[in-house]
Write a protein that binds this ligand. Structure first.
Ligand code: SF4
Length: 354
């Protein structure tokens, strides 16, 4: 692969990074567990949000063996609000894998990119980030920020969301460490994308402007190129607030699959609208609606929007179901102990004001 990142560019980037990088609780640490935690959280989440979660996480699970032996429910509770719950479950599986490969009571973390990829739940981004930052292994981190910076810097016309583009950047960047610590170079590229080469870039003060193809050609607005965004569908559903003796009925989703292991109010979400389904669901589960709540809750996941209508309801007899793995009448003042998705927390807030 041709060296398109020059030594001068890399040096300019690293001088800028030394001066302007933000302090972060995990930055400067060589502890692979701390770096792994931060990188799992940083995917699609702002640094400021991650900082709060990171402290909470390390306090609760100070090392990988404590994390690996924790109940999944505890894990989901600490992760609650970060979204992408499959990532938390896979992270837990990854920790168990590391502990299973431990010798003499010391967790043996993989050192290189290829071995990190063997850890369950670890993809190319995390493998490159942890191996480079913790162990100085030369593997490029290609995240959304980096994709945008590189597209502008070299006027790359491929769509940034393709595998081909990802692979090309991985190769370009792996040729551009020039003796600097790979972990710091990776963080410098990501930091440049976060602070300087943002959606509205500040090119006049950018350390790389004299090297930047898009800036020199007055084409910054033309990059990065994106494939047309797919419209995501809206799925409609209902949730039932069923209370008895100051307790509320909560159900736990199966551990595998969407929002796995989280607690929720009884209800459903349909892929396609079915006008009669509300009645069918109520009949099947012996639910009687007492009142329709005026507020509808909405949330957007990566692949669909969700809109849920709320109902206050009564249940005849006990809840019987095949889908949910656990049923609990939770005291109202203990709801916070259950790991729930953002939309379920929102429903609890509405319920507390009723
Ligand atoms: S000059 Fe502008 S477009 Fe080019 S890398 Fe710097 S901030 Fe990004």
């Amino acid at each position: 692969m041709q060296k398109i990142i020059s030594r001068n560019m890399c040096n300019a980037l690293m001088s800028w990074f030394d001066k302007y990088r933000r302090e972060m609780p995990w930055r400067g640490s060589a502890d692979p567990y701390h770096i792994w935690v931060s990188e799992m959280m940083l995917q699609q989440t702002q640094v400021a949000t991650v900082e709060k979660y990171f402290h909470k996480w390390i306090k609760r699970f100070p090392d990988v063996s404590i994390f690996a032996s924790a109940d999944l429910e505890d894990v989901l509770k600490v992760w609650e609000g970060l979204g992408y719950y499959t990532r938390a479950r896979n992270f837990h599986k990854g920790a168990k894998y590391i502990v299973a490969h431990t010798k003499d009571k010391h967790a043996l973390f993989p050192v290189n990119y290829e071995d990190w990829l063997k850890v369950p739940g670890v993809g190319p981004y995390t493998a490159a980030a942890v191996s480079s930052i913790a162990f100085g292994y030369p593997a490029a981190v290609v995240d959304g920020n980096v994709k945008r910076v590189m597209a502008r810097l070299f006027c790359l016309s491929d769509s940034v969301s393709t595998q081909k583009y990802h692979k090309m950047l991985f190769e370009i960047m792996n040729e551009g460490f020039y003796g600097h610590h790979p972990g710091w170079v990776n963080q410098a590229w990501m930091e440049l994308g976060s602070l300087q080469c943002t959606a509205r870039p500040n090119c006049s003060t950018c350390p790389l402007n004299e090297h930047c193809c898009a800036y020199k050609n007055d084409q910054v607005a033309d990059f990065p190129r994106k494939s047309e965004k797919k419209k995501i569908p809206t799925r409609y559903g209902a949730a039932f607030i069923i209370e008895k003796d100051d307790k509320v009925l909560m159900l736990r989703r199966p551990e595998e699959g969407f929002l796995g292991g989280l607690w929720e109010y009884p209800g459903f979400t349909l892929k396609e609208p079915e006008p009669d389904y509300l009645r069918t669901f109520c009949n099947d589960h012996k639910i009687t609606i007492i009142e329709e709540i005026s507020e509808t809750v909405r949330h957007t996941y990566s692949h669909f929007h969700q809109e849920i209508k709320l109902y206050k309801a009564e249940l005849e007899g006990e809840w019987k179901t095949k889908f949910w793995t656990d049923v609990r009448w939770s005291p109202n003042n203990e709801l916070d102990k259950l790991a729930r998705s953002k939309i379920m927390i929102r429903i609890s807030e509405i319920k507390s004001k009723m």
